[in-house]
Design a protein around this ligand. Sequence first.
Ligand SMILES: Cc1cc2nc3c(=O)[nH]c(=O)nc-3n(C[C@H](O)[C@H](O)[C@H](O)COP(=O)(O)O)c2cc1C
Length: 187
Amino acid sequence: MRTLVIFSHPHLATSRVHRTLIDTIDDLPDVQIHHLEAMYPQHDIDVEAEQAACEHAGRLVFQFPFYWYSVPPLLKLWMDEVLAFGWAYGKRQQLRGKPLRLIISSGAPESAYAASGYNRFTMEELLRPLTAMTHLTGMVLQAPLILHGVPNIPGMDVTDPQMLRVEAFARQYRELLEKGLHASKGI
Ligand SMILES: Cc1cc2nc3c(=O)[nH]c(=O)nc-3n(C[C@H](O)[C@H](O)[C@H](O)COP(=O)(O)O)c2cc1C
């Protein structure tokens, strides 16, 4: 079953986390990666091509760094344009039944995402717009894979403990794709 990874990162050239993740999964068979900023530098998303790729895929992944408690802008635009009325919801639900997995990195530590933490809200609360989107489109939201506490530190050495966590997370991500994305619970 083909997996379509919708990947958004506005600054991949300076990325440590997502560069590692992409390098770890990009040789997998049956995994197609759409790096939106590389494909659509002018933000002129090819809606028909994206919809066709979604229809062809058995499951979807949204991979992104958490930006202001949300998705990066081009992933938001992708949703605005690709998940169109009459195709994703309304008369037709072309994504109905397809699993969607979120692969997210965040600069803040996990402890910050709590009522008592400095971000005040849990990830589950902050990800509600995506949960609502899957309800409306009929997609099946899988438990997200989140790597917390990875701010982008320019010039960080590959032996930094943070990079060891990134590499372990990347292996987990790869295994998830290899095994299939089936999971027991959503968020
Ligand atoms: C514009 C911007 C907004 C960000 N917003 C958040 C945020 O809301 N919460 C958070 O935990 N980290 C936030 N971060 C940190 C990024 O999520 C973090 O640097 C990224 O996950 C590291 O991945 P990378 O090495 O692939 O860039 C933000 C970073 C940028 C540049």
